[in-house]
Design a protein around this ligand. Sequence first.
Ligand code: HEM
Length: 152
Amino acid sequence: MTASASEPTEKSPFEVVGGAPVVARFVGRFYDLMETDPAYAPLRALHAPDLGPMRESLTGFFTGWLGGPRDWFVQRPGMCMMSAHAPIPMNADTARQWTQAMARALADAGVDPEIAARMNEAFERMAEGMAATAAARRVARAAEVAPEGVSG
Ligand code: HEM
């Protein structure tokens, strides 16, 4: 089973986009946009005052998610993005702000357009699911105010 020189080697999206410097660039741009463009103020308000730890975390996440080094996932066994976002009080507007800011960040950072398009599609699905989960959680919380037959 020796690989011949003519055999195409499958590159990960992480490698195709340009590796760590490009991931750092689009994540940095994403949070810069979030901090400076008033259109994303409601999204910014959901985050902690210091975005430094988030810049680092999202960079680690995308590095592994795109097929690069998986340290971020190894350090967080069983981490589920949907569950992690369930307590965040987002709605359809803030979810849209996230996907729009990320689409801009990918374009501004010069990410390969074909990969950026695939990423944007995935984010739209994830963001839609996250916003729906957050809404369902609000409904469940409201129902808990007057639970049937439960006291104390
Ligand atoms: C749908 C809209 C979204 C909103 C409103 C949102 C909001 C947030 C907020 C408020 C935090 C916590 C930040 C803090 O503590 O300051 C967070 C963490 C995070 N989000 Fe999102 N997010 C969204 C979508 C996404 C998507 C689609 C992804 C991945 C593709 C993602 C990846 C992450 C990661 C990796 C973290 C850090 C988790 C950690 O370090 O424990 N988010 N998000």
